[in-house]
Write a protein that binds this ligand. Structure first.
Ligand SMILES: [Zn+2]
Length: 182
């Protein structure tokens, strides 16, 4: 999937049933990503630097609500940006861990049922989907999926110390919402 400058033109039909004939229609791509997430039956692991997209966040919460084991890793600094969906996840009981190192947690990948990976340069934000030059790759090739599964498990362990940060999220969010602009 490639997102381009022209992707912004598709924003007008984001909520329509309209079938778009454009190459690289970001609305079709978004729906495709959501459909992969909706098909998860066992696990959904999301590792995302910046996550503000409402429809993808809803798909994460929906998976959690239907009993899928959902885990989300986010960059600590970005997670307290007022635009992120961190509080939505927190309020819905989705397991979150935050990077606590000074280094950026800059990954952008999703693993569905330890069987399929979606990854690339694209943060899950509307500006990335509708206007950035970005890309995503979808693969279920075992030799590619396996290292992502291992890396997610490794990061999940490394960031286990972030539990305190997650518990402090509501107050951190309130503070940051006064300071941050989206
Ligand atoms: Zn379109």
């Amino acid at each position: 999937m490639f997102f381009t400058k022209e992707s912004s033109l598709c924003r007008t039909h984001l909520n329509d049933e309209e079938v778009c004939s454009k190459d690289n229609c970001p609305v079709q791509y978004l729906r495709k990503i959501i459909s992969y997430m909706d098909r998860a039956t066992q696990s959904l692991d999301v590792c995302m630097y910046f996550l503000t997209c409402q429809s993808l966040s809803n798909a994460i919460v929906n998976a959690h609500k239907r009993g899928v084991l959902v885990r989300v890793i986010m960059d600590r600094r970005m997670s307290s940006n007022g635009a992120t969906q961190t509080i939505l996840f927190y309020n819905n009981g989705v397991a979150i861990r935050l990077s606590y190192e000074d280094n950026l947690m800059h990954h952008k990948f999703l693993i569905v049922d330890n069987d399929l990976v979606i990854t690339g340069s694209t943060n899950w934000t509307m500006s990335a989907f509708f206007g950035n030059f970005d890309h995503l790759v979808v693969t279920n090739q075992h030799s590619l999926v396996r290292p992502f599964v291992d890396e997610f498990d490794r990061l999940w362990k490394i960031f286990s110390k972030s539990q305190k940060d997650v518990e402090d999220l509501p107050s951190a969010f309130l503070q940051s919402s006064f300071n941050d602009t989206v």
